[in-house]
Design a protein around this ligand. Structure first.
Ligand code: ADP
Ligand code: MG
Length: 277
């Protein structure tokens, strides 16, 4: 690991949303394939800093693929290919001189199924990403960071006396909030969430929704959800994805959430948001 990268990461750590207009993500004409199968066609989407953008649409229209392209997970899948650009604050996420770990640190991901390291302690789960992305922190800084991230994820009060217990001992909703805390520990500018509440009960779901609204002042959020009430509650903007047999996924309509639900312009959006699909 180069000295330059270590120092850059250490400098970045205490700074929340560094830069002028931090954490704005933009996809430009993104297409994706699995082998011969084209699954996304020329998708362009602005995901502004400080806002929650929801990706909605039926299963199989490429929402998860699109999320994985945003933080460079797509390229890890054998046979997967892509075209187009992803820009974070105007800088190409796929630039040849940009390290994969840098993209992952700045653009975190939370999955549908909570996936903490089950045997690892709650504390170590939160700090796990620091090592993986090459961020160095002193011990006292680490203690402070663990408390801060668990607080932001709405979990501190529940686990402050359980920090040495295994992550797998927490409830499903707590595990998902632990995963959010783990993502936050590396100070991402963007948090991608792929149906983060699908595996959770309604109470845990509401807790996560509250957390999302609290986090968005410092982390740009892109969330995939099948729950239209959730999209309406948490997001500032929505993008409606659709694919059909022989036609790769693309965005049908995109706009502020109240307009997408209140006055959709495309009849297919109207049908989808009103549950007629
Ligand atoms: P969504 O998240 O909207 O349900 P996905 O992005 O998971 O959609 O899938 C989009 C399309 O890509 C689907 O046709 C799916 O079968 C295909 N697909 C997804 N992942 C893979 C993969 N690892 N290998 C091959 N095809 C895939
Ligand atoms: Mg999906």
């Amino acid at each position: 690991m180069s000295v330059t990268e270590n120092s850059a990461a250490t400098v970045a750590l205490p700074v929340v949303r560094p830069g002028g207009v931090p954490g704005g993500l933009e996809a430009r004409e993104v297409s994706a394939w699995f082998g011969e199968h084209k699954v996304l066609e020329q998708v362009s989407l602005d995901m502004p800093a400080g806002q929650v953008t929801s990706l909605i649409g039926p299963s199989g229209c490429g929402k998860s693929t699109f999320l994985r392209i945003l933080n460079r997970m797509h390229e890890l899948i054998p046979g997967a290919a892509l075209a187009g650009e992803v820009l974070l604050d105007g800088a190409d996420v796929y630039a040849p001189d940009r390290r994969l770990t840098d993209a992952r640190r700045r653009i975190g991901m939370v999955f549908q199924k909570p996936n903490p390291f089950p045997a690892m302690s709650v504390y170590d789960n939160v700090t796990a990403g620091l090592k993986l992305t090459g961020v160095r922190v002193s011990r006292s800084e680490r203690d402070r960071l663990v408390e801060e991230c668990l607080t932001k994820a709405g979990l501190w009060n529940e686990v402050r006396d359980r920090l040495r217990q295994p992550g797998g001992a927490l409830s499903g909703g707590q595990q998902q909030r632990l995963c959010i805390a783990r993502s936050l520990a590396v100070r991402p500018q963007v948090l991608l969430m792929d149906e983060p509440c699908s595996a959770l009960d309604p109470t845990s779901t509401r807790r996560i929704e509250e957390t999302i609204r609290e986090l968005v002042s410092e982390v740009t959020i892109v969330i995939v959800t099948h729950n239209m009430q959730q999209a309406a509650r948490v997001s500032d903007r929505c993008a409606f994805f659709l694919a059909s047999p022989g036609v790769p996924g693309g965005i049908v309509e995109y706009g502020p959430t109240p307009a997408m639900f209140g006055s959709p312009q495309d009849p297919r959006t109207a049908d989808y948001v009103h549950g007629r699909f």
